[in-house]
Write a protein that binds this ligand. Structure first.
Ligand SMILES: Cc1ncc(C[n+]2csc(CCOP(=O)(O)OP(=O)(O)O)c2C)c(N)n1
Ligand SMILES: [Mg+2]
Length: 326
């Protein structure tokens, strides 16, 4: 029998990608439980099922690159370097939160980590990303900005306006559509004139492609290639990542508009399970080690919740802070 082709990825990379995805899954599960226990209220959108996108993309970037996103962005914020304690404290409305407990689930932000939100207006991040890319180019830097958006956001006017400007001025912005098949309860096929959302780029003569978002290594390899080209010659790019959200649109959506069979079909290709198979096949980790990592991750998320529980609330006088820029 032919030997398994050796992965071009080092064991350390595979372990790190696996542990990151596992942590993001368990973190979001804990967020969901905390919400159900009434520890916080308001909007809350989970990224469960889409972990390979966030991890594969982030590992293709460098710290000076920027990331901007929509409202499904807890773990994207962590991937960009924001302390998970600050993310959970933000959800709990605590002063130690990423934005002092005043933004909540949809508004993670850190200038220091170049994570520029967390935006609740669908598609609102697209023109901001073009503006940041303009600044990068103006300053003659070779950084890029990744702008995550959903399939639903590609039907918003500002997406088209931003794409036109980015293409006209050759701005270094990588628009990544996380096509998780649904905009709230609407299957994207029902509201979209094209089969592949990446085709939207044709109208702007913009480079574009698709990649399987359930395989972290595919995402990483594909995005690394795109980013390397963008750094050499600033140009925008539209990437469609085919993924799936396992939970409802928000924690209060039972997702009755889709079948169990459909969810199961995607879960069979779960990004964490797929990488676990690779780790075992390449004898990088045993089943027992995978279980031990999971236990450690669960303990880590429990400690994060303890921190967020104990953290103090903001002062009433904090209402006067952050109203205007310093
Ligand atoms: C401009 C605007 N219109 C409508 C909404 C209500 N809304 C919130 S999320 C959402 C669906 C967006 O779906 P998609 O872009 O696919 O992102 P996903 O939730 O799947 O990550 C809608 C319509 C909004 N927040 N902003
Ligand atoms: Mg969607």
């Amino acid at each position: 029998m032919a030997a398994e082709p050796k992965s071009k990825y080092e064991p350390a990379f595979l372990i790190s990608a696996y542990q990151d995805m596992l942590f993001y899954r368990r973190f979001e599960e804990r967020v969901n439980q905390a919400y159900q226990k009434g520890k916080f209220a308001g909007f809350c959108h989970l990224h469960i099922g889409q972990e390979a996108v966030c991890v594969g993309v982030q590992k293709a970037l460098r710290p000076t690159d920027y990331v901007i996103s929509g409202y499904r962005s807890h773990t994207q914020a962590i991937a960009k370097g924001i302390d998970p304690k600050a993310v959970l404290a933000e959800l709990f409305g605590k002063k130690a939160g990423a934005v002092g407990g005043k933004g909540g689930s949809m508004h993670m932000f850190s200038k220091e980590h170049r994570f520029l939100g967390g935006h609740g207006i669908v598609g609102g991040q697209c023109p901001i990303a073009a503006g940041v890319a303009f600044a990068i180019k103006y300053d003659e830097k070779d950084d890029i900005i990744v702008c995550y958006l959903g399939d639903g956001a590609t039907n918003q006017g500002q997406f088209f306006e931003a794409m036109n400007m980015a293409a006209t001025w050759n701005l270094p912005v990588l628009y990544i559509i996380e096509n998780n098949q649904y905009g709230m309860g609407t299957d994207y096929h029902r509201v979209t004139s094209v089969d592949r959302l990446s085709k939207r780029a044709l109208a702007f003569d913009m480079d574009h492609s698709e990649v399987d978002g359930m395989e972290v290594l595919k995402v990483h390899e594909h995005v690394s290639g795109i980013v390397a080209k963008m750094r050499k010659k600033p140009r925008p790019y539209l990437l469609e990542v085919l993924t799936y959200r396992y939970r409802g649109h928000s924690v209060s959506d039972p997702a009755a508009y889709r079948t169990k069979e459909e969810v199961a079909k995607f879960q069979q290709r779960d990004p964490i399970l797929q990488l676990a198979e690779i780790l075992k096949k390449q004898k990088i980790a045993t089943e027992d080690e995978l279980k031990a990592w999971d236990k450690a991750v669960k303990e880590r998320t429990a400690a994060i919740e303890d921190f967020a529980d104990a953290a103090p609330k903001p002062e009433v006088s904090d209402l006067w802070l952050h109203v205007l820029a310093d």
